[in-house]
Design a protein around this ligand. Structure first.
Ligand code: SAM
Length: 212
């Protein structure tokens, strides 16, 4: 397989950068990331960079995907809500790890393209087009919520949809950069941890940024 060597190098880089969750590494070694990038960019798919996917949006860096997934602590059959389907790659990693995936995207053509790719790979998931800053209340509560776009403040509607003991990873900050933040629900309280600074496209919606 022509991408196998690049995919192996990506995994070695992730380990060198501190990713240690074996299930995350196994999933990222299994899912063909080159199928989720734009035609002509396949050879860059395993490099440590975000790539354009159209509509001014990106597929996140491999390290970002790995770090966010590791922070969520996925287990089989856990119900995970993803906000920002984008290319579908992050959703594929979650499915590969055995999660029950619910994913929301605001840009319809991106959602449809991602759905097609995920289905072609045989993954089962539920997806919706809409404002994910409000979550997906119909299927709440979730064991985990992963927001793959930068929010200006803690997204209250999303945090309300988190189960007891559930974890939400969300980048929070201004347009310049964000802090990847982890919330863990403990009863009515939310414990908050700052993980590491990262840079994302904006979360646009009622509980996000107001303008594209
Ligand atoms: N998870 C994606 C992947 O694996 O390719 C990367 C997503 S990209 C960095 C962020 C995505 O969030 C974009 O596709 C963007 O359209 C989407 N987005 C931004 N605001 C949103 C909102 N309020 N609801 C749903 N999706 C949103």
């Amino acid at each position: 397989m022509i991408y196998a060597r690049k995919q192996k190098q990506m995994i070695e880089r992730l380990i060198a950068k501190g990713i240690s969750d074996r299930q995350v590494l196994r999933a990222m070694a299994a899912v063909p990331r080159h199928l989720f990038v734009q035609p002509g960019m396949e050879f860059q798919a395993y490099d440590e960079k975000a790539l354009p996917i159209g509509f001014d949006q990106t597929i996140s860096h491999p390290y970002t995907v790995a770090l966010m997934t590791q922070t969520l602590q996925i287990e089989d059959h856990k119900r995970i809500l993803e906000i920002g389907t984008g290319s579908g790659y992050q959703a594929a990693i979650l499915c590969e790890m055995g999660a029950r995936v619910f994913t929301v995207e605001r840009i319809e053509p991106l959602a449809r393209r991602a759905e097609g790719k995920l289905k072609d790979l045989g993954f089962h998931f539920l997806s919706r087009v809409g404002d994910g800053s409000l979550g997906w209340p119909a299927y709440a509560p979730y064991d985990g919520i992963i927001v793959t776009a930068g929010a200006p403040v803690s997204p209250a509607s999303l945090l309300d949809q988190l189960k007891e003991g559930g974890r939400c990873v969300v980048p929070i900050g201004d347009g310049e950069g964000q802090m990847l933040t982890l919330f863990i629900r403990e009863g009515r309280e939310l414990r908050k941890f700052e993980i590491e600074p990262l840079s994302f496209v904006p979360l646009i919606g009622r509980d996000g940024w107001k303008k594209p």
